[in-house]
Ligand binder design. Structure first.
Ligand code: NAP
Length: 288
């Protein structure tokens, strides 16, 4: 690790709790690999201290910060500017401090799309099935709409899927987006006409690693790319189901990696060393 000195530029992560974050290791390894005098710090901040923490990082001259649970929505009150995408998603996970302004972004959707793009998977016009209607689903569906894609959102709490579909459809106008419950009947009816299936629910995440949003009684369509946002474990039960059917799969570590790379590039103005960052994420996954 490069020595910290009077010229070290600071970045970090605001969240609570953040004991298990992989971001400091990933970013510091990347700074180190490129010989950049930057340091990425974990910044545990209780909800009641969020405003003071933002004022603090500004006062300390931070270049920017990532923002995670539980601050992604509440932090918006402390910003001067919020990107159109972050406004539509309703959450900020990256702040840059530029020319005395606090500018909020959301990199979830861009990171999600970048992983598809890198694997040369065409998303324009594709029909997608999205499991879940929480914060990550908002980011994913927002991006899918802008790729002129049709889609269905299925969620355990159907009303949440319906309100997400309605909100994003009204933002994007002429795109067809439907919603329903996350149940076997719906999945069976949609399976044959789906090009991309995205799991944005927490199903399959450690410790409940055998839970799977894809119903066991419905054959997985081999033509549909399976994309799981869950990254712990890297190969989820859902991805195993898709792989066994011969489908292409993308794991959640990819989205995490590309989001991190985008933040790195915004802060440093240099291309991110993706191989170094991925290898840190993999090391972190083995130890967590
Ligand atoms: P969130 O806002 O809390 O939403 C959670 C979603 O999961 C909701 O749709 C919820 O359904 C559903 N869910 C939770 N437990 C379920 C269960 N037992 N059965 C069925 N559905 C269930 O969380 P989020 O921020 O969207 O994150 C969701 C997942 O995405 C997490 O695993 C997170 O780690 C992952 N993620 C990954 C990345 C990445 O870079 N790879 C980025 C962001 C998020 P209800 O509405 O019915 O509660």
């Amino acid at each position: 690790m490069a020595a910290i000195d009077g010229r070290t530029r600071l970045v970090g992560l605001l969240g609570h709790p953040i004991e298990h974050t992989l971001s400091p290791a990933m970013h510091n390894a990347a700074f180190n690999a490129l010989g950049l005098n930057y340091c990425y710090l974990p910044l545990p901040v209780a909800p009641a201290e969020l405003g003071a923490a933002i004022a603090g990082v500004v006062a300390l001259g931070f270049v920017g910060v990532n923002v995670t649970i539980p601050h992604k929505q509440n932090v918006m009150a402390y910003l001067d500017e919020i990107s159109t995408e972050a406004q539509a998603i309703g959450a900020v996970n990256l702040i840059e401090f530029r020319q005395n302004r606090r500018i909020g972004h959301n990199m979830d959707g861009i990171g999600f799309l970048e992983a598809l793009r890198r694997q040369q998977i065409t998303v324009r016009g594709a029909r997608s099935l999205v499991f879940g209607a929480g914060g990550a689903a908002r980011a994913v569906v927002y991006k899918r709409l802008h790729a002129r894609a049709e889609g269905t959102i299925l969620n355990r709490t159907t009303a949440r899927a319906e309100s997400l579909a309605a909100a994003l459809c009204s933002a994007a106008g002429d795109v067809r987006l439907t919603a329903g419950p996350l149940d076997t009947e719906y999945v069976a009816a949609l399976a044959a006409e789906t090009d991309l299936v995205v799991n944005t629910t927490a199903l399959g995440m450690t410790p409940a690693v055998e839970s799977n949003p894809w119903p066991a009684s419905v054959p997985y369509p081999a033509r549909a790319v399976a994309y799981d946002l869950v990254y712990a474990p890297r190969e989820t039960a859902f991805l195993r189901t898709a792989k066994a059917a011969g489908a292409r799969t993308i794991d959640g570590l990819q989205m995490l990696l590309y989001q991190g790379a985008l933040a790195f590039e915004m802060w440093t103005g240099q291309p991110a060393p993706l191989d170094v960052m991925l290898s840190e994420l993999l090391k972190g996954r083995m130890h967590s």
